[in-house]
Design a binder for this molecule. Structure first.
Ligand code: ADP
Ligand code: ADP
Ligand code: MG
Length: 472
């Protein structure tokens, strides 16, 4: 078994990994930029090392991180998500220097990180893929030809894109001409590669993804699907497992397909196979994420499998502890990404000191976060500050529990997406379990909630305080 792991990440996912280490009797080493000095992951790890004043470059400095792992006697590095997690060179550097990279091989990361190569691998494996260009586009003329062949609307996508960026819908040739150069320059800036490709745009799709786990002994299983259709600007806001929109036959089909996809590329560790479902119910492979995902929690909630622990065990060379028939699914789980953004103000980032934080509790409630009362949210990072996960036996109960837990949660001092999620939960389409990736766009009115409820709560609390003071 591994004895000591360096966590090359920050915030809630670093805390999540530290917790897995603690339960497994593995020592944990945190790294942190000065801006993260007061982050919970620094306090919770057994050891913590400063990366210096720059808020970001330290977390991306693979040479320094591998050195630090070796100097501190770590036998492995967990990259979390974002940062170096999908960097094939980093995984290769770990392999070269004798530190176990907790994830798939560098070769698989490289291959699946390239969306056109991933598409080719899936076509070869017989997995249905969104119609699109065969590989990367040579120039605008080729793009126009391909678009004409597959038919508008089309999606122009960065080949190495991620995090919902580098994607543009084009409804006409004029659109494609207008966006072509811009997407290329965006891709170059954000991902260091200029390659782009075209895909047929699936109109009003559902985003359905499968969690897979594979070991180095030829075993590969799935932990059922997640429905991540509630998105804004191609970024997930709410994730659900299993999807309330699939029937059992579709579920079995996708489960089998995801294992075929993973096996086709000799996948190892935890991974996610993402599909889009069109309005006729057909599924198309979209991409594979070769890391632990933000929303892995909902799959844990419905199966009881600790995905991070399984990643660590697989990295240590152990076989998976479960066969497919041993994976049992129970109930529904919903995750809310609590972002430091103001939904009423076009989701403008909202940073600063959290004057009061109270984590919701009660049955079926989990919070993963690195914040606490008095913590100052720095402006340099992703705006997600906490994840609230609820579980219940039925879809209806999970929705009610989500409402109750969101009401229960207190984050004062900054604006968050919490009140917006309450509006979504109260919407009849959501409650009925019927929604597509267009839901957020189609319901701009949900960002115009009033603070009436909060005022009522305050008045009630004040009345209680006054009564107590009067000795009633
Ligand atoms: P998930 O696919 O797990 O739902 P996201 O797509 O929301 O995760 O990405 C998780 C985190 O990783 C976010 O902070 C996002 O900005 C970052 N991220 C994901 N892919 C990339 C990438 N290719 N380049 C830079 N950052 C990325
Ligand atoms: P990322 O690597 O940033 O996660 P994805 O390729 O997974 O990028 O796409 C992110 C989101 O963009 C999807 O969940 C979906 O909502 C939307 N999207 C991507 N491709 C298409 C498509 N061909 N048709 C419709 N929507 C798409
Ligand atoms: Mg994706």
């Amino acid at each position: 078994m591994l004895r000591k792991i360096l966590i090359a990440n920050r915030g809630e996912i670093a805390v999540r990994i530290i917790r897995a280490c603690a339960e497994m009797g593995i020592r944990s080493v945190a790294i942190y930029a000065d801006a993260d000095r007061y982050s919970l992951h620094v306090k919770k790890a057994d050891e913590a090392y400063s990366l210096g004043p720059d808020p970001v470059v330290g977390y991306l400095n693979s040479h320094r991180i591998v050195n630090l792992a070796l100097q501190t006697g770590c036998d492995a590095i967990h990259p979390g998500y974002g940062f170096l997690s999908e960097n094939a060179e980093f995984a290769a550097a770990c392999e070269r220097r004798g530190v176990t990279f907790i994830g798939p091989t560098a070769e698989v990361i490289r291959r699946m990180g390239d969306k056109t190569e991933a598409r080719k691998a899936m076509i070869a494996a017989g997995v249905p893929v969104t119609p699109g260009s065969e590989g990367n586009l040579g120039d605008l003329d080729e793009a126009l030809q391909v678009a004409k062949r597959i038919g508008y609307p089309v999606m122009l996508k960065a080949t190495s894109g991620g995090g919902g960026r580098g994607i543009r819908r084009c409804d006409s040739a004029a659109d494609l001409r207008r966006h072509y150069d811009r997407v290329i320059s965006e891709a170059t800036k954000a991902f260091g590669r200029a390659d782009v490709f075209l895909e047929k745009c699936i109109v009003n799709p559902r985003h359905i993804e499968l969690q897979v786990l594979a070991d180095n002994h030829g075993n590969c299983i799935h932990l059922y699907e997640r429905d991540c259709s509630i998105q804004r600007r191609n970024q997930k806001l709410i994730e659900i497992a299993p999807s309330p929109q699939l029937d059992e036959a579709q579920r079995q089909y996708l489960g089998g397909l995801s294992v075929i996809a993973a096996k086709a590329v000799d996948y190892t560790s935890a991974g996610t196979v993402e599909f889009l479902q069109d309005e006729n119910g057909r599924f198309y492979f979209m991409e594979m994420n070769t890391r632990v995902q933000v929303e892995h929690t909902v799959s844990e909630a419905i199966t009881g499998v600790d995905i991070v622990e399984e990643q660590i065990r697989v990295a240590a060379g152990l076989p998976l502890r479960f066969q497919q028939h041993e994976i049992q699914r129970r109930g529904f789980a919903i995750q809310f990404r609590i972002n430091a953004e103001d939904p009423k103000n076009n989701f403008l980032p909202s940073f600063g000191r959290i004057s009061r934080y109270y984590a919701p509790g009660g049955p079926g409630v989990r919070t993963d976060t690195a914040i606490y009362t008095g913590y100052t949210v720095p402006p340099y990072y992703d705006s997600m500050i906490a994840k609230l996960i609820v579980w219940a036996l039925t879809w209806e109960d999970a929705v009610s529990r989500g409402e109750r837990a969101l009401e229960d949660m207190v984050v004062h001092g900054i604006r968050t997406t919490k009140p917006y999620y309450l509006e979504i939960l109260r919407h009849p389409e959501f409650r009925a379990g019927r929604f597509t990736t267009s839901f957020v766009n189609d319901h701009p009115e949900l960002t115009e909630y009033t603070d009436k409820r909060r005022k009522e709560e305050f008045a009630a609390a004040l009345a209680v305080a006054i009564a107590a003071h009067a000795g009633l």
